[in-house]
Design a protein around this ligand. Structure first.
Ligand SMILES: Cc1ncc(COP(=O)(O)O)c(C=O)c1O
Length: 348
């Protein structure tokens, strides 16, 4: 029997293969292999998907976070509050610009906890992560916010000064490789992000002079932009299918397992349940040919790379959730029979 996979990128591509491949071929034949109209069009699409006025295509979600932090004035030594349970890159981006990640506990939905955030010495910036597509509203008055919406394409999320997102292939709206966007309603912040991601150069061309800021090379490439435009055409239909799968899982979970609560507008980019028997349940699923995933098995304070580099606060909820969260397959390639197979394998 075919395994039920966590992701099916080939299947996703096939849903929009003709349109996507034609766009990619145009890019290859145009000889415009950096920037150009396809990237601009993908940036326009990103403003729609994320509901922000301006979008700047960059080379990864991690770069989007680092550039977003820089444009709100964060640099070496600044303290940046991040949730203690998230993908490593949320903290990695903070370290990459010489700032210090301040690890703050999460709430029962694995979102940065507003009360815990209010209880720590005031940070210089806050990064609420809209994990699993749920909107995180934790912020602090007068402190710049950079929203991490890497997992929230197509999900309503509040936008602070700047939003960063990833178009890594496993995201529901992805490119052909790494990529991301810096998004903002503020044209000046968006302009600064574009400038820093283009070597800090004053103009578009390589030999114009750097204008006072040392930037780097972080640009969305046109092949990925073409892929994003192709996938845009199936984004809504795929979201509908994921919602239907998630609703069926919610209704069919056995006693002892609970679905992680989702916002009404959440399109289930990731489906998570909570069970204290997580590792045993995973093994049972694997024996039945059902893939699953753990987002995330270790809170950030348990990541060796952050030892001595992060400011750590009490994280009892992050510690608990990292042992109980389990993600099930929820992409549009999971048909009704596969959904029932997953539910069947969850029963003791
Ligand atoms: C919550 C979160 N933040 C940041 C990132 C980093 O994005 P990228 O892998 O594109 O650098 C990811 C995904 O990979 C993510 O899930």
């Amino acid at each position: 029997m075919q395994p039920v996979r966590m992701v099916d990128l080939q299947g996703r591509h096939l849903q929009a293969a003709d349109a996507t491949e034609a766009l990619i071929l145009d890019v290859l034949r145009s000889g415009r292999w950096v920037g150009g109209p396809v990237v601009e069009e993908a940036e326009r699409a990103a403003t729609e998907v994320f509901g922000r006025r301006h979008a700047v295509g960059v080379a990864s979600g991690t770069d989007a976070l680092a550039l977003a932090l820089q444009v709100v004035g964060i640099g070496p030594g600044a303290r940046v509050a991040v949730p203690a349970l998230t993908f490593f890159a949320t903290a990695g981006a903070v370290c990459a610009i010489g700032a210090v990640p301040v690890l703050v506990d999460v709430d029962e939905r694995c979102l940065l906890d507003a009360a815990a955030l209010g209880a720590i010495p005031r940070p210089d910036a806050v990064v609420p992560v809209h994990l699993f597509g749920n909107a995180c509203h934790a912020r602090l008055p007068g402190v710049p916010t950079v929203d991490d919406a890497a997992q929230a394409a197509g999900c309503p999320t509040p936008g602070g000064a700047v939003t960063a997102t990833s178009t890594y292939p496993t995201k529901v709206w992805s490119g052909a490789g790494d990529g991301g966007f810096v998004l903002s309603d503020d044209a000046e912040l968006a302009r600064r992000a574009r400038h820093l991601g283009n070597h800090g150069l004053a103009g578009e061309h390589v030999h114009t002079s750097a204008s006072g800021h040392v930037g780097r090379n972080s640009r969305l490439d046109p092949v990925s932009a073409a892929m994003l435009l192709g996938q845009r055409t199936t984004l809504a239909a795929r979201a509908d299918r994921r919602r239907a799968i998630a609703a069926r899982y919610d209704a069919g979970l056995p006693a002892g397992m609970v679905a992680l609560e989702r916002d009404p507008g959440n399109t289930a980019p990731v489906y998570c349940l909570l069970t204290p028997e997580r590792d045993a349940v995973r093994e049972r699923l694997a024996r039945a040919g059902v893939e699953s995933a753990v987002y995330y098995p270790r809170p950030l304070h348990a990541q060796q790379a952050l030892e001595g580099r992060a400011e750590v606060h009490a994280t009892p909820m992050a510690d608990r959730l990292s042992g109980e969260l389990l993600a099930l397959p929820v992409h549009a390639g999971v048909d009704d029979r596969a959904v029932e197979r997953v539910l069947g394998a969850l029963q003791w």
